[in-house]
Design a binder for this molecule. Structure first.
Ligand code: ATP
Length: 516
């Protein structure tokens, strides 16, 4: 991931706004909420489950159905543990962990803390008039105000100083640029390597021989199936394998809502191609395939509505690259928390296949019939997070508009991603003929796309609800409908209304929903 960069979006959208919208509208809830939650887990509610499904479908459609060089796969989460020795995860899938030596004892990923100008502060007890320095009380902070906040939140209780009068004094000459605990101002321990893989056991006996890992990425399920897919589908290199599924990482500091969680979903492709040095004139090299995938993946985000100014490509510097990686382009999105990785597109060379050959003893090389020669393909890996994509799509779609003297919040999601495609309301719920007509219409539309019927509030409120979850069309059945057998369809973005005959509604919506 890029060195964190604090940048605010032009619209000043905050993550808190998105979190509260998601909770209010049934998109995302904290995981196991009634038990006080479980760090780094979130549950998708009825609207969020639909949105995520649509994102997965849009990805699958673009990469598997619309191309003719990709096959799909659904491999297991639990794999033979040798897989993770071969991939290098057992030895090297670590993050640098450090602890605050202050009273909070909080843990951090050392690479995610900022260096700042800080000064040391000490506490002096002046309760009895005679200033007495308090032993063991020294913290670091960028300002005195911050030092006081740290004191109030953690140190006062920890040192048992309640009821005493304490002065906080800057230690002259202590200023330096360094990392420190942003929670309590404590010094930090030296970083140590912490493996992010979560373990569990298979079989009835909990012993080390039965220990397996919850996969930390979906990629390895693809590598171990390379030959199965290639031979069963009679594929020639270049071709790719796509997979969507859950991955698990024991993140040290899960944070920023669904941006970094311990259980998440990945959408990954391993694209197998000929290594550049073996390519003939006119054949695409691994480097050209890499460029192709970067462009293709950027275009996918644009196609589904991400604004150009909120997406950028950042090529990793040589010293950031994983040891097996020849190049890696990170697609970054301007989240409310700043520019952060949305997807990584790496050129993994032949590292993974060769490692699996070594550890499994199986030949995973490919026989190229045109060259009449075997080689181990290179791999280009576009690796995206479904949850991070969802967060990006929601942030980008979030719009506040002034409507006369009021304002409305509307999620201008691409129609393919919108969780609910159409909502049907009777204008008056105490008129059984209107209710029946609206219910019948909704029932009919449900056969084509996700439609909801709602009569639980006044029409203005119903519109507001649907706007907030990005429903492209709302249909109102009114008193005139009984006469003219027509209804009013309101467009989410323009708020324009058209009157359409009942028998034409379905075709109208099907055509509108298809428009790019
Ligand atoms: P980071 O540096 O942010 O931890 P990474 O570079 O380790 O991410 P990859 O291993 O390249 O991430 O994973 C590919 C994609 O999977 C990421 O771009 C992201 O969208 C998603 N992803 C990775 N870790 C998480 C997580 N803990 N929570 C949610 N999504 C994640």
């Amino acid at each position: 991931m890029s060195a964190a960069e604090k940048v605010q979006r032009a619209d000043n959208l905050t993550l808190d706004t998105i979190v509260s919208l998601c909770k209010r509208r049934g998109i995302i809830f904290p995981g196991s909420d009634i038990y006080g939650g479980l760090g780094g887990t979130f549950d998708y509610g009825p609207i969020g489950a639909e949105l995520k499904r649509n994102i997965r479908d849009a990805w699958w459609r673009a990469n598997v159905y619309e191309r003719d060089d990709i096959e799909g796969l659904d491999a297991t989460i639990l794999m033979n543990p040798r897989t993770w020795e071969a991939s290098g995860h057992v030895d090297t899938f670590t993050d640098p962990l450090c602890d605050s030596l202050g009273p909070s004892k909080k843990r951090y990923r050392a690479d995610q803390l900022f260096e700042e100008e800080i000064t040391a502060y000490e506490f002096v007890d002046v309760t009895d008039g005679e200033p007495t320095p308090i032993v063991g009380a020294k913290l670091w902070a960028p300002t005195k105000k911050k030092a006081k906040e740290f004191y109030k939140q953690y140190w006062e209780k920890h040192l048992n100083l309640e009821g005493r009068r304490v002065k906080i004094e800057e230690i002259a000459g202590s200023a330096k640029t360094a990392k420190y605990s942003p929670d309590d101002g404590g010094e930090l321990t030296e970083p140590r390597a912490f493996n992010l893989m979560l373990t569990t056991h298979v079989g009835p006996v909990v012993e080390s021989a039965a220990q397996v890992y919850l996969r930390p990425e979906t990629a390895q399920g693809i590598f171990v199936n390379f030959s199965n897919v290639q031979s069963s589908m009679r594929r020639k290199v270049p071709f790719g394998i796509a997979q969507i599924g859950k991955s698990f990482r024991n993140e040290i500091t899960p944070r920023n809502f669904i941006f970094r969680t311990r259980e998440f979903e990945q959408m990954e492709i391993e694209f197998f191609c000929k290594p550049g040095h073996l390519c003939k004139e006119g054949e695409w090299t691994d480097e050209q395939w890499h460029e192709h995938w970067v462009e293709s993946r950027m275009n996918w985000y644009y196609r589904y509505g991400i604004a150009k100014e909120n997406l950028r490509l950042r090529n990793q510097a040589a010293d950031e690259l994983a040891h097996y990686s020849k190049a890696c382009g990170d697609i970054e999105y301007l989240f409310p928390i700043g520019w952060q990785e949305l997807e990584g597109i790496a050129n993994r060379t032949d590292y993974d296949l060769k490692r699996h050959m070594e550890f499994s003893g199986k030949d995973l090389s490919y026989f190229d019939p045109e060259m009449n020669e075997r080689y181990v393909p290179y791999v280009i890996e576009p690796s995206a997070g479904a949850d991070r994509s969802l967060l990006a799509f929601v942030c980008d779609a979030y719009t506040v508009e002034k409507v006369r003297d009021d304002k409305r919040v509307v999620l201008k999601l691409h129609k393919d991603l919108a969780p609910v495609k159409c909502a049907v309301f009777p204008l008056l719920k105490n008129r059984p003929e209107l209710v029946e007509m609206a219910r019948n219409l909704a029932r009919d539309l449900k056969k084509e796309f996700y439609t909801v019927y709602d009569d639980t509030a006044a029409i203005g409120k119903l519109y507001r609800r649907q706007d907030e979850i990005g429903t492209p069309y709302c249909i109102t059945v009114d008193v005139d409908s009984l006469e003219d057998q027509a209804v009013t369809i309101r467009d989410r973005d323009s708020m324009e209304q058209v009157r359409i005959g009942l028998d034409k509604v379905k075709d109208y919506l099907l055509a509108e929903l298809k428009k790019e």
